[in-house]
Design a protein around this ligand. Sequence first.
Ligand SMILES: NC(=O)c1ccc[n+]([C@@H]2O[C@H](COP(=O)([O-])OP(=O)(O)OC[C@H]3O[C@@H](n4cnc5c(N)ncnc54)[C@H](OP(=O)(O)O)[C@@H]3O)[C@@H](O)[C@H]2O)c1
Length: 318
Amino acid sequence: MLAAVLTRFGGPEVFALGEMADPVPGPDSEIVDVTLAGVNHADLRRRRGGHGSPALPAVLGADVVGHRRSDGRRVAALLTAGGGYAQVAAPLRRHTVEVPDQVTDEQALAVLEQGLTAWHSLHTLGRVGDGDVVVVTAGAGGVGHLAVQLARWAGARVVALASTPSKRAATLELGAHAAVDSRHPDLAAAVRAALGEAPTLVLDGVGGRTFEQLRASLAPFGRIVAYGRAGDDVRDTVTVDDLMTSSTGVLGFWLHRVLDDEELYRSSAVRLLHLAGRGVLRAWIGGRYPLPSVAAAHADLESRYTAGKLVIDVRRLS
Ligand SMILES: NC(=O)c1ccc[n+]([C@@H]2O[C@H](COP(=O)([O-])OP(=O)(O)OC[C@H]3O[C@@H](n4cnc5c(N)ncnc54)[C@H](OP(=O)(O)O)[C@@H]3O)[C@@H](O)[C@H]2O)c1
């Protein structure tokens, strides 16, 4: 099979298109002939040699859609050990879900990794409900644009953060009540000015300064769900005293804990795929790249320029 192979750590240019042996499925895995693979923020960190980086040479990529070789059914799957940027993948059987006919390959990819993160951050941890005032950081991003819609759907008032006027306009079009510049020096004040009240729930995929400012902006009894650190500016200064005196909560989310629970994973993935198929949940595709252009996809995601989900067409070679 052909794959975008990581042979050394570094910038986007380190990928090389190469021929590799097909993955050998274990007793609990199955072979999928991949059509599209997702590009995720965590792949950028692994490519640079940061936390969670694999032994080299390696194939990155945590989500794929394609055809299950055993029966030809169209399936989407998450890959806990990577291997997505290739023409063949071997996901665990329990991490594979069938894709309904009315859902495109692109939609399936967009709502799996990012949709599950948005859903469980909002509902399982955030307990979002009618009357909540929700801030979604990176509101035009892969997770964020789905979280904006799901929060609206749950009856919340929603403020989306995004760094460009066009991304902010797009979040309003998705249903956000207000949009705020994510580069604003005082995010707490900007969010309060936008809706006239303090947030009761924050979904944060950025971390660092964004996390700190928005945590401090929470209304009493509010909570912040930290699910990502796209900003790479890691400064955890929250103390138990802070939490007690502000009467707020900090919660963390990692998709692997959902993948540990097959019933939870499958039921929420099926729900999101059906919402996408009915057009209730709109999934944006921010870029589609041929397999030799994984480097361009990484550079684009790193630039903060993109909105929605980026996908690699592993069968296209130019
Ligand atoms: N916990 C989990 O299981 C899980 C699952 C999926 C994703 N994640 C994490 O969630 C985060 C978002 O993932 P995503 O796929 O939805 O990505 P994304 O939102 O499409 O891209 C990241 C966005 O973060 C914002 N951002 C703010 N400061 C940034 C900085 N210094 N550098 C780069 N971007 C910055 C940018 O939006 P603006 O320019 O508009 O501000 C950027 O577009 C990532 O950290 C990812 O690893 C976690």
